[in-house]
Design a protein around this ligand. Structure first.
Ligand SMILES: Cc1cc2nc3c(=O)[nH]c(=O)nc-3n(C[C@H](O)[C@H](O)[C@H](O)COP(=O)(O)OP(=O)(O)OC[C@H]3O[C@@H](n4cnc5c(N)ncnc54)[C@H](O)[C@@H]3O)c2cc1C
Length: 420
């Protein structure tokens, strides 16, 4: 009996377990999933929780309910991986051997990596994250009681998971304070290490003008060096300063600690893999999927979903000695909440940046790309149902695995030139 061990039972790990369970014979294969706990968190909901749209009960479900019967589920903190000896150690003292390993342990915010950021004098009283359930809840309570001042929305360093989430937070904050009739009392600044609002030129222009029209000040090229808890100031490497009364930061994102020193991962603990097949560079029996890998795509649930669709047949081919024929194209598809009951949609891959147009069908849409519509907002809200009921369980959804140009308007020459 061969053992395939899946580390992490989040978005990617759960989808992989469902997919491989349908492909591998239970006579020959034993599939095991390991995770630190039995609580699956719907992370996209953390964006809306601080504004009161969701409660924790809407976002957390038992993890084992989404794993198929016949898949072995082990709860424990992964503390050590020996890629040569093909074993994984848990905090419980258990040692799990494997023939094939799928690493899907995601990425986590690490405020401890920036001096002063998690200082007890400011952390969760005037400096918050919303990428964790505890952080989002603390921020919700602070926002409800806050009487205004300088709100700074901040990205520490790329890559982060859901790279549009901080922008969405800034748009939603603008809307939140308008509705409370206190927008004039709040000064909003968006501080980013990027040179514009987003990574890709066409989307960056659109999103940058949306910041302008909402009177949200953009502070680009800001690489934070430390946070001064006394003066409540972000200080950059080039000695610029941005003062805040309320800081909403996305701390440095890092892969799991047990990956450091395994020879598999880079300095941020992301597993170095082939960007088409997810096979680890130097180990023929190790794959990494989802946020845990170093592929140059967005760290997003949608990317994990399309990646798993490519991975399944490739895995079977690989273990049976055939070449892996399918190659992942980096397809990402993300809704962007813009406030006032509207949202945008972006659809892109390794080679094609987010463009305008309609999605998924030419002419009829019904979603508009890079344009604020109510349909896109409802799409974002509907996604929670799709996540729990279709996506995690590997049931089909009507979006192609590979990005399609159907309905998209090609970039103007100026944007294309800027890109190259
Ligand atoms: C605020 C926010 C908004 C987002 N919005 C969107 C969106 O709109 N659209 C979108 O597509 N994506 C969105 N995302 C991103 C999406 O949630 C992630 O990309 C996705 O969950 C990645 O899946 P994953 O399986 O790689 O990692 P995860 O789902 O994070 O799963 C990793 C799992 O590994 C486990 N683990 C980690 N380390 C260990 C260890 N040492 N021992 C045991 N277990 C361990 C964790 O407990 C976890 O269950 C958002 C994320 C956030 C934070």
């Amino acid at each position: 009996m061969k053992q395939v061990l899946i580390l992490g039972g989040g978005t990617a790990g759960t989808m992989v377990a469902n997919d491989l369970h349908g492909r591998l014979s239970s006579r020959d294969w034993r599939i095991t999933v390991v995770d630190a706990n039995n609580r699956h968190l719907y992370q996209p909901g953390l964006l809306l929780l601080p504004f009161g749209t969701y409660q924790p009960k809407d976002l957390v479900r038992r993890r084992d309910r989404y794993l198929p019967t016949g898949v072995n589920y082990v709860i424990g903190d992964i503390t050590h991986l020996d890629a040569e000896g093909q074993t994984v150690d848990l905090s419980t003292g258990a040692r799990l051997p494997y023939d094939y390993l799928v690493i899907a342990t995601g990425t986590s915010p690490r405020p401890d990596q920036t001096p002063g950021m998690d200082d007890p004098g400011i952390w969760r009283t005037s400096a918050f994250d919303f990428y964790t359930l505890d952080g989002a809840l603390a921020l919700r309570d602070r926002l409800a009681a806050w009487d205004g001042g300088r709100l700074v929305v901040h990205i520490t360093e790329m890559p982060i998971k859901c790279p549009v989430a901080p922008l969405e937070f800034a748009f939603l904050a603008d809307d939140f304070f308008r509705r409370r009739d206190m927008r004039e009392q709040v000064d909003i600044t968006f501080v980013t290490p990027l040179e514009g609002a987003f990574t890709k030129p066409v989307a960056s222009r659109h999103l940058g003008s949306m910041l302008d029209s909402r009177r949200i000040h953009l502070e680009p090229d800001f690489v934070v060096e430390h946070v001064d808890p006394e003066t409540r100031t972000l200080v950059s490497m080039d000695e610029r300063e941005v003062a805040f009364d309320l800081l909403v930061t996305v701390p440095l994102n890092m892969g799991a600690d047990f990956l450091a020193g395994t020879g598999l991962a880079d300095e941020l603990n992301y597993v170095q893999v082939d960007k088409g097949t997810f096979l680890a560079r130097h180990h023929d029996n190790v794959f990494a999927l989802g946020d845990a890998s170093d592929i140059p795509a967005s760290k997003a649930g949608s990317v994990a979903h399309f990646a798993v669709e490519v991975f399944g047949q490739n895995f079977v081919d690989h273990v049976e000695g055939r070449p892996m024929r399918a190659a992942f194209d980096g397809h990402a598809n993300c809704f962007i909440e813009s406030g006032n009951g509207r949202g945008l949609l972006i659809d892109f891959n390794y080679d094609t940046e987010p463009l305008t147009g309609v999605f998924p069908w030419p002419v009829v849409g019904p979603m508009a790309l890079l344009k604020e519509t109510r349909t896109n907002h409802w799409g974002k809200l509907a996604f929670r149902w799709i996540y729990w009921n279709l996506l995690l369980r590997g049931r089909p959804i009507p979006i192609p695995t590979h990005m399609s140009m159907a309905g998209k308007v090609p970039a103007e020459p100026a944007a294309a030139a800027q890109r190259s």
